[in-house]
Design a protein around this ligand. Structure first.
Ligand SMILES: [Zn+2]
Length: 78
């Protein structure tokens, strides 16, 4: 168990917390982060940091990316 306390006032359980370098993260990352369920967010952020991919237009939403869609779909079903 652990606790994280951030200077913006947020605090909470630090278990499974991830810190990523978001340099170069674009709009589609933040949209998916928002859209992912809580437990999936840290996994997704870490994956995105380590997975260098260009935005690949998918059906549905204008910001939908087929690479991210596939990853999130897989994780959800795990
Ligand atoms: Zn993507």
């Amino acid at each position: 168990m652990g606790l994280y306390v951030a200077p913006d006032g947020n605090y909470g359980d630090s278990e499974d917390i991830v810190i990523v370098n978001n340099e170069g993260f674009d709009e589609h990352f933040y949209n998916y982060l928002e859209y992912a369920t809580d437990w999936l967010r840290p996994l997704y952020a870490k994956w995105f940091e380590q997975n260098d991919h260009d935005f690949e237009q998918s059906e549905d939403l204008p910001w939908a990316c087929s690479v991210c869609e596939e990853y999130l779909e897989e994780e959800r079903n795990n």
